[in-house]
Design a protein. Structure first.
Length: 105
């Protein structure tokens, strides 16, 4: 993966709350070993999922619980089928949620 592609992925998955300001997460990721893009996007998906689940429950469910729910609820498997490196994080997350939350016939 080129540095340009790597920076583009970082722009997509970081800075939700930075609003154009300095983003410490992005800086850390830029200066460390470049992890696989798919892994980074899935971590961001779990982060968003954790936030949504915590909002529903009115308390922080924590990373361990979020990860367990992600796997046990079928979201990890759905992510595996919906991941596409040409899609933005937002589109991947929505597609993953749509697969799992699709009404059963």
């Amino acid at each position: 993966m080129s540095m340009k592609d790597y920076k583009s992925i970082l722009d997509d998955i970081t800075c939700d709350n930075c609003e154009g300001r300095y983003c410490i997460l992005k800086q850390i990721l830029l200066h460390t070993h470049h992890p696989d893009a798919r892994i980074m996007v899935q971590i961001k998906c779990v982060d968003k999922f954790k936030y949504e689940e915590s909002e529903k429950e009115g308390k922080d469910i924590g990373w361990s619980e979020a990860f367990n729910r992600w796997v046990d609820g079928g979201y990890a498997a759905a992510f595996a089928t919906t991941y596409n490196e040409d899609l933005s994080f937002t589109k991947i997350y929505k597609a993953t949620m749509d697969v799992v939350r699709k009404p059963k016939n």
